[in-house]
Design a protein around this ligand. Sequence first.
Ligand code: PMP
Length: 369
Amino acid sequence: NTAQPSAGNASAPAPDAVLRPEILALSAYHVADARGLIKLDAMENPYGLPPELRAEVARIAADAALNRYPDPQAKGLKRRLRIAMGVPAAADVMIGNGSDEIIQILTLAVARPGAVILGVEPSFVMFRMLATFAGARFVGVPLASDFSLDAEALLAAIAEHRPALIFLAYPNNPTGNLFDPAVIRRVIEAAPGIVVVDEAYHAFAERSFLPALEQYPNLLVMRTLSKLGLAGLRLGFLVGAPDWIGQLDKVRLPYNINVLSQCVAETVLAHGDALDRQTALLRDERALLAAALAAVPGVEVFPSAANFLLFRVAQASIVFEALRARGVLIKRLDGAHPLLADCLRVTVGAPEENAAFLGALRAALGLES
Ligand code: PMP
């Protein structure tokens, strides 16, 4: 009798009996609780939109057809992106719900049984995680001790593992440096599959592989609007040869970009100079913060072409906690990779946030402020 309370399924399985072992072995992507803290952990733009643009965004959002599914091709936004980002006419564009989703689409598309996805380490951790989710084998080639590409190791790994997909972040996260473009070109030339150059921090580096698309049909360039000031909209995009983009686009969920993200981003990009002014301010702040950090006794700062700085300090984990206790959240990297021993990463914020961080750091290190 189905109306009787049931004893349930006495042999109900535990997750580890059902889920894939590689998922069970993973630790979740950790996002720290930033409530009440100065948030310098996630490479966000600290500035809001200018008031006139906010008012226009409000009007556009009020008029959006929320009862309808979004345009599956996001045609209006794509047109704007092409202009704003200088996408070559011969290339196609695919838009993702953040570049995270594009990484996921790429990994799913190549994950034939036995497929290898290759990257360098330390780099953006989602390359390895999403390759693993897709059931591919991830090969991480260690960077040299100065965080540059180890060209010989990389080319040897490509020859040995024949990766279907290679990820290189340019500039790299969490190290902040730009890899030698000549080595990246050797990788693209040696690759038996596709190479994705992830330009998430392009606005702060002002260097790009977009012009190289013409020369290399197996190159794809990925960007995001997150670091530009629109992290909340979740918009990333991939640029490449129509043959590749057309195939990858089949893996994308049809309505992956919601109505509000499409219309708001289209409006903001039409006033692209607002975000450009903010990124220019942040580039200036990066230089000031790097110089100020380098002047703190006991701190080693690494060169950065992104909107964050990696630095090394003795007992980094204790310093990280001391900063948090003083109201400043940055990113702890100590323990994430041997090359990152005693490393922390701070996002370049607004001047008053950077000053608060520097003050908290000096206090945490027992220096007079
Ligand atoms: N690539 C790199 C190198 C990143 O650092 C990040 C964000 N930390 C991303 C991609 C993902 O960005 P989003 O999903 O916000 O577009």
